[in-house]
Unconditional design. Structure first.
Length: 121
C-alpha cells in the first residue's frame, strides 16, 4: 500500500494556535464580541435609558394624553352646563330642595329622618 499525501488537506485547515501570528487576534476578537454583546444587552433592556424603558414610557405617554383629552372633553361639557341658565336654575332648585326648602303652596312629606324645613320653628 502506498502512503497518501495529505499535505494539501493539512495546509487548508486554519491554525488557531495563540503562538502563531493571528491566533491571539481571534482570542481578542472573542472577548471584544462578548463585551459588545453585554453592552448591547444592558442598553437594550437594563439601563434607565434602555429601549425597553423608552417603549414603556411612550406607551404611558399615549395613555396619559388620552386621559388628558378625556378630561378636557368632560371639562368643556361641564362648562357648557354652567353657561346654560336653564341648567343653572335647575341645579339651584335641586340644592334648595335638598336643604328642605319648598315652593309657595307646596307640601313636603318627610319619611324617616329628614332635615327640618325652614318654616317649622
Amino acid at each position: 500500500m502506498r502512503p497518501r499525501d495529505i499535505t494539501r488537506r493539512v495546509l487548508r485547515r486554519p491554525l488557531h494556535s495563540p503562538y502563531l501570528p493571528g491566533g491571539a487576534h481571534y482570542r481578542w476578537m472573542r472577548w471584544a464580541l462578548l463585551a459588545v454583546s453585554v453592552w448591547l444587552l444592558y442598553t437594550a433592556v437594563l439601563s434607565d435609558h434602555s429601549l425597553w424603558r423608552i417603549l414603556r414610557l411612550r406607551q404611558d405617554l399615549g395613555e396619559s394624553e388620552a386621559e388628558v383629552q378625556r378630561v378636557k372633553a368632560e371639562t368643556r361639557k361641564l362648562e357648557a352646563r354652567l353657561d346654560d341658565p336653564r341648567v343653572r336654575s335647575e341645579h339651584a332648585e335641586e340644592v334648595l330642595r335638598r336643604q328642605g326648602l319648598a315652593r309657595p303652596n307646596e307640601i313636603i312629606y318627610r319619611l324617616g329622618e329628614a332635615p327640618a324645613d325652614s318654616l317649622s320653628r
